[in-house]
Design a protein around this ligand. Structure first.
Ligand SMILES: Nc1nc2c(c(=O)[nH]1)N[C@H]1C(S)=C(S)[C@@H](COP(=O)(O)O)O[C@H]1N2
Ligand SMILES: [Mo]
Length: 430
């Protein structure tokens, strides 16, 4: 696989899981079954009661109230029946968006994008050098970094190549993980970059900062000083634990709302300067061709975007009736203000409910009750953020960005529900 292909290649195929109902029990079935159970025989235990609700009985498991359970342990594990996994190999893996609850991505399921693998770094020997247009060039150890005032940012990291394969035509039997799995959300903890720049006495005339990683790719990106001085941080914590090796252990640059590529992992050097460095990653890569043979550069901020995670492939709706459409919306420009849902192929739109917390530069859950009449439907979501940025239709995006677009795919996407309840991806919608 060439470097070019390695960057957000075609989505890997999942073995289709056609489990009827995708493991869901409808509200109506549950209520009807529950009522029957309550009206029937005397209830002995909760497990007995459960066994009388259709679909509610874990029949192959012995009654857990009759035996001592497992003992406490040093580290927990997921329930044996829960299969959560990233999808991908080599330099890319995707988060299982359709299988996650809420907005936080468990650290072991955070998507990965490495250009030269995960380096093995000794935290005791780790140093971050800050130099260039500064009064006091300084080398910080991890202990040094942790002595500075700490900040938290709850937010997403998204690769700007996310959605590429799906944009260029992959449709049908693809999951949200395959469509948009280069998106994950964590609670990041670290030291504000502004504090480090103050510490070294950065020249007020400086306008850019170069960030460099210590992997074999020696990833380098130029960061505007304005971002460096606002919410940028050198992060060393992720969801309560030290950042994992795949995410940049022991420290990475965290730029809330910026494209993933600029958030240099295994950060070893920051150089303060008076202009961008024009590195490989901001010239031949991560620029956006337009339709007039020019290209936009430094398109760092991620646009307003959303994806329906249920219903989606491979779930199958077992019956008509009330279903809750669920999904994620996010924007690098601020908080999500509104998510609209269309169930009729874009003819009409209704506002979905946003699930608290609704945070800036973070994923937000949305949900919308939908009564499926058993006919064909095209489900689409359209997010608007507080800056007013609205997701364009696929046709509009194509007109603006052209077929050669390689990054920042944030157009409206759709899921087609067939009369037999099967759901498939439709990149274009209507
Ligand atoms: N040093 C270094 N930093 C890097 C990369 C890399 O290969 N090396 N990949 C970048 C890209 S393209 C993305 S999308 C994000 C992915 O972050 P994650 O692997 O923590 O999800 O890291 C960025 N930072
Ligand atoms: Mo990326």
């Amino acid at each position: 696989m060439s470097m070019r292909d390695a960057d957000h290649d075609r989505p890997e195929r999942d073995p289709p899981d056609r489990a009827e109902g995708g493991g869901l029990v409808s509200r109506r079935a549950l209520l009807a079954g529950g009522a029957a159970a309550l009206g029937g025989a005397v209830l002995h235990t909760a497990a007995d009661a459960l066994s009388q609700i259709p679909g509610g009985a874990p029949s192959q498991v012995p009654d857990p109230t009759r035996q001592q359970g497992a003992f406490a342990s040093r580290r927990g594990a997921r329930a044996p029946s829960v299969e959560l996994g990233r999808l991908g190999t080599g330099q890319v893996s995707r988060s299982p968006l359709q299988d996650l609850e809420g907005t936080i991505t468990p650290a072991d399921l955070h998507f990965e994008r490495h250009h030269a693998g995960i380096p093995n770094i000794d935290p005791a020997a780790y140093r971050l050098m800050v130099h260039g247009m500064v009064e006091r060039p300084t080398s910080f150890s991890l202990t040094d970094l942790k002595r500075f005032p700490q900040r938290t940012h709850l937010g997403f990291v998204e690769c700007s190549g996310n959605g590429r394969a799906a944009y260029s035509g992959t449709s049908g039997e693809v999951t949200p993980q395959q469509v948009d799995g280069l998106l994950s959300t964590s609670e990041w903890v670290g030291v504000p970059l502004s504090i480090l720049l103050e510490e070294v006495g950065a020249d007020p005339a400086a306008t850019w900062v170069l960030a460099e990683g210590s992997d074999a790719a020696v990833m380098t990106r130029s960061i505007p000083m304005e971002k460096a001085m606002t919410d940028a941080m050198v992060a060393y914590g992720q969801n309560g634990e030290p950042i994992r090796p795949a995410q940049g252990f022991p420290a990475r640059l965290l730029l809330p709302g910026f494209e993933g590529n600029s958030q240099v992992k295994w950060l070893r050097r920051l150089e303060v300067g008076a202009g961008p460095w024009m590195t490989r990653e901001e010239t031949s890569k991560y620029t956006d061709p337009t339709t007039d043979e020019t290209a936009r550069m430094f398109t760092l901020v991620m646009d307003s975007k959303s994806i329906i995670t249920f219903p989606s492939y491979p779930s199958v709706l077992p019956e008509r009736g009330w279903w809750e459409i669920k999904g994620l919306a996010w924007s690098g420009k601020g908080a999500i203000e509104r998510v609209e849902i269309s169930v009729d192929g874009g003819r009409s739109w209704e506002e979905a409910e946003l699930q608290e917390p609704v945070l800036p530069r973070c994923t937000t859950r949305f949900r919308h009750l939908w009564q499926w009449d058993g006919g064909e439907a095209l489900l689409q979501s359209r997010a608007t953020d507080e800056s007013g940025d609205v997701q364009p239709s696929h046709a509009e995006f194509l007109r603006l960005r052209g077929p050669a677009a390689r990054y920042h795919f944030h157009h409206v996407r759709g899921w087609r529900v067939a009369a037999d309840g099967r759901v498939s991806y439709d990149a274009r919608g209507v």
